[in-house]
Design a protein around this ligand. Structure first.
Ligand code: DQA
Length: 147
């Protein structure tokens, strides 16, 4: 299996960005953690981060035929991006939405996700473990749909 991890704006600042909300691990710490987990699960993973909406859209479009599934933390684009939502719908690559913080416990504007309705589901509030849970969720979904 090949899984693409996509990360939206400001996640390149993880580790120093509001650590009370997002933890002390950098995005590369999380990437290394996920690569170790993926190895144990015989899975290949690719990580990509961009602060630019269109670059995330391009990656989603390119994922068709290359990746079996997507795990996406759209960050602030969660709450605004019709373009990312439409890209996921267009490519029909199954996706899981993840967040470090619990978006339902925070400001009103964060409670709405434009992306979750086009994903298999949403994992939110488990810190870096949301990435691991996202990997387990997408692999479980793929196993059950490809059998
Ligand atoms: C986030 C939650 C979003 O609301 C926020 O804009 C982020 C990070 C999270 O992982 O908790 O940048 O996606």
């Amino acid at each position: 299996m090949k899984i693409l991890f996509l990360n939206g704006p400001n996640l390149n600042l993880l580790g120093t960005r509001e650590p009370d909300k997002y933890g002390h691990e950098s995005l590369s710490d999380i990437e290394n953690f996920i690569k170790d987990e993926a190895k144990k699960l015989n899975t290949e993973v690719d990580f990509y981060q961009s602060n630019i909406e269109g670059e995330l859209v391009n990656k989603i479009q390119e994922s068709k035929g290359k990746f079996d599934g997507i795990v996406i933390n759209p960050a602030a684009y969660t709450h605004t991006s019709v373009a990312i939502r439409d890209a996921i719908l267009a490519v029909e690559v199954p996706a899981v939405e993840i967040h470090l913080s619990n978006i339902h416990k925070r400001e009103e504007f964060r409670k709405n996700s434009l992306i979750a309705p086009v994903c298999i589901g949403q994992i939110t509030g488990f810190g870096a473990n949301s990435y691991k849970l996202g990997l387990i969720a997408i692999l479980d979904y793929l196993k059950n749909t490809k059998e």
